[in-house]
Design a binder for this molecule. Structure first.
Ligand code: ADP
Length: 396
């Protein structure tokens, strides 16, 4: 059965086509700068063929049509007819407090996605548009929505409740939701396989360190706490987001004359590694280069990043009352041995001991034999998880 995974953003569409038997990735592509003069398609298939070209697409639907043409191309395509696609999985960022798993798309589910527009104004509207586009393009193909927030819905109320007046929180749906759920779930499931244990018996801490960063405590397959909150701004230091700060900073800045939009931009787009290192980049590779060249602000950026991470691992070790494995994933988690080493050096009190050679090699297990908890590096694969969940929902 062929499953198409669609991730529609505000100006981009990512698509992955899987053959579910053997979870084989047949082709993947990215269409960027939709509705701009230079809309661009980047495509590759399992035979190693690549296509890069300018295309015309002024809407999500036009972009997904282009994706279909790429998938059916005589030379570089992987299907001859769209009827070969038997299921479509959509990444949807926010499912609010009611969605706790992947679900078949229906009028009611579309309404839930619409109702969450105010909670994820940058993501849910394009995600919704992608679903409607596919309804037009694939009228008879069943679709599944896989939500970034769903895995986190098992959090107990003590973990998701903010200590603000309850009536105001309830009325305005203000609580911790958490994000990156599909990634945290994928690496938790994979970690259980690597450890040769049932996920239902494990206590895990999963650290997704990409441009956006979040960390999650998973007890027996259920999330018990996660660092992102009402929005993805809370928690760890990220590429351009500040993560945890005293909320009074917002009040302080606004009293100094900064508008709310300015503060929003400042904390979401101008902070984190970008704001601290002062080198005009939020890319960890550039931060590390700047440190090698003697930049003190870049060194401070890295130190603040690591310090926050160490604090969260300690907090989640307490929340879990001990844990079996710490898992690093996403761009920084998968590639930057120095960050993993700096974090783990501070966790020896928990019993963690890294093997420097394995760490340097980005091996699957980077802790020494006998290190309890174990430390793993697991490349995330949100698209594959969406394909799996789509298949599971359609088969149930
Ligand atoms: P996103 O959250 O956008 O999906 P990624 O998971 O791709 O991001 O992570 C992006 C970040 O990972 C980059 O900003 C960069 O700092 C870091 N990164 C990716 N690859 C490497 C690498 N090989 N070495 C160091 N850092 C890397």
């Amino acid at each position: 059965m062929k499953i198409l995974v669609i991730n529609t953003g505000s100006s981009s569409v990512k698509f992955n086509l899987y053959e579910s038997a053997g979870e084989k990735l047949l082709a993947k592509g990215l269409i960027e700068r939709i509705n701009a003069p230079d809309t661009h398609l980047n495509y590759s298939n399992h035979r190693g063929q690549k296509v890069e070209k300018e295309i015309a697409a002024n809407s999500s639907e036009a972009a997904i049509s282009e994706a279909c043409l790429a998938l059916m191309d005589k030379k570089t395509g992987v299907i001859s007819n769209l009827t070969e696609i038997e299921g479509i999985g959509h990444r949807v960022v926010h499912g609010g407090a009611t969605i706790s798993g992947a679900v078949k798309v229906s009028a009611a589910i579309k309404q839930v996605i619409l109702d969450c527009f105010s909670l994820a104004p940058l993501h849910n509207p394009p995600n919704y548009e992608g679903i409607e586009a596919c309804e037009h393009l694939f009228p008879n193909v069943p679709m599944v929505a896989v939500f970034d927030t769903a895995f986190h819905q098992t959090m107990p109320s003590a973990a998701y409740t903010y200590a603000i007046p309850k009536d105001i929180a309830d009325k305005n749906q203000i609580r911790r939701y958490g994000f990156h759920g599909t990634s945290h779930y994928f690496v938790a499931v994979t970690a259980a396989q690597v450890l040769g244990r049932d996920l239902d018996t494990l206590k895990l801490i999963t650290a997704h360190l990409g441009n956006g960063c979040s960390i999650t405590a998973v007890n027996c397959g259920k999330v018990v706490d996660t660092s992102m909150g009402l929005t993805p701004l809370e928690g760890l230091v990220m590429g351009t987001r500040c993560g945890d700060i005293d909320p009074a900073v917002v009040i302080f800045l606004s009293r100094l004359g900064y508008s709310l939009d300015e503060v929003d931009r400042l904390l979401n787009k101008g902070s984190g590694l970008l704001g601290l290192a002062g080198i005009g980049s939020n890319d960890m590779r550039d931060i590390l280069k700047a440190i090698a060249n003697g930049s003190a602000p870049a060194k401070l950026a890295l130190d603040v990043f690591v310090h926050r991470l160490v604090k969260y691992v300690g907090a989640y070790a307490a929340v879990l009352n001990g844990f079996d494995a710490l898992i690093f994933t996403a761009g920084i988690g998968e590639n930057v041995a120095q960050v993993r080493a700096m974090v783990c050096e501070q966790l020896t009190y928990l019993g963690i001991h890294l093997d420097p050679a394995l760490n340097k090699a980005n091996a699957l297990t980077i802790s020494r034999e006998g290190s309890l908890p174990a430390v793993l590096v697991i490349p995330t694969n949100e698209e594959l998880m969406i394909a799996r969940e789509t298949l599971r929902v359609l088969m149930s």
